[in-house]
Ligand binder design. Structure first.
Ligand code: B1M
Length: 216
């Protein structure tokens, strides 16, 4: 990681202009774009996730880092050996029906994109049937459900039940999260996983698809 120290520092600090210069400099020195992405950027986003979990970084800082990551990825995209963006898998995400909170969901989405997922964002107030359709149409690897209200948590259960009823959960792993959601609730409704924050969510999603990953 030492050769990516500047990238690491500027990404964590959310210093996007400096980060872009670092990435361009690394490329001009002949550093492989895949290595910059995997070790320099994705590796650092793992650190960002951990810092968020431990309370060392706050939401606005995490958002800045995630935006920096996106800007850096845009520079690397044409030089990657294969299309790494989306290579972690396809992920459908949304806030469940009746719930309009999207700040946490958007943060989860950015972390997922940063982790290499191709994200299909359905927005807020999403009915179970819409989730189902999107999972089916996109042949998704992960279905990510967010809820911020105790009153909308039952919509998670309804969505999980519908996805299972149609047998789509054989491929698509279902993860849930949001302030009132817990591991116990996830277990109760039969979700495949729960994550307390965006950093943990991207780690969880990656671990769930890891077995099926084949590289390019
Ligand atoms: Co509302 N709201 N809100 N609100 N709101 C809460 C959630 C509430 C706790 C406030 C309170 O009373 N103390 C309360 C819920 C109580 C409950 O159900 N137990 C509440 C209420 C009651 C309401 C209304 C009903 C108020 C009303 O109209 N009477 C109403 C409901 C509207 C609706 O959804 N139908 C309402 C409306 C709103 C606003 C529109 C004003 C606004 C939302 C704006 C928006 O999102 N675009 C809003 C806000 C901002 C909040 C608070 C203040 C902040 C939420 C937030 O964005 N947090 C919130 C109080 C609070 O949380 N302190 C509150 C920051 C965000 C980064 O955290 O979303 O938790 P969070 O996401 C985290 C984790 O939870 C996790 O990762 C994220 C990042 O680490 N995570 C996942 C989230 N999704 C995940 C998915 C995963 C994994 C992790 O896997 C798939």
């Amino acid at each position: 990681m030492s050769k990516f120290l500047n990238i690491q520092n500027h990404l964590i600090a959310g210093e996007i202009n400096e980060l872009i210069l670092d990435v361009k400099e690394a490329l001009s020195k002949g550093v492989n774009a895949d290595e910059i992405l995997n070790t320099g950027l994705i590796g650092t986003m793992d650190i960002v996730g951990e810092k968020m979990q431990s309370g060392e970084m706050f939401i606005p800082e995490v958002l800045m880092a995630a935006h920096g990551m996106k800007a850096a990825v845009e520079i690397l995209k044409p030089k990657l050996s294969c299309d790494k963006i989306g290579s972690a898998g396809k992920l459908v995400i949304g806030t469940v029906k009746g719930d309009l909170h999207d700040i946490g969901k958007n943060l989860v989405m950015l972390m997922m994109e940063s982790a290499g997922f191709q994200v299909i964002d359905l927005g807020v107030d999403v009915p179970a049937e819409t989730f189902l359709k999107a999972v089916e149409e996109n042949d998704a690897d992960i279905l990510a459900l967010s809820a911020l209200l105790t009153t909308t948590m039952p919509m998670m259960q309804k969505t999980v039940e519908l996805v299972k009823e149609k047998g789509l959960n054989k491929k698509a792993k279902i993860i849930v999260g949001g302030a009132p959601v817990s591991q116990g609730f996830a277990d109760k409704i039969g979700a495949d996983g729960f994550a307390p924050d965006a950093g943990a969510a991207s780690k969880l999603a990656r671990s769930l698809v890891a077995a099926e990953q084949t590289g390019c």
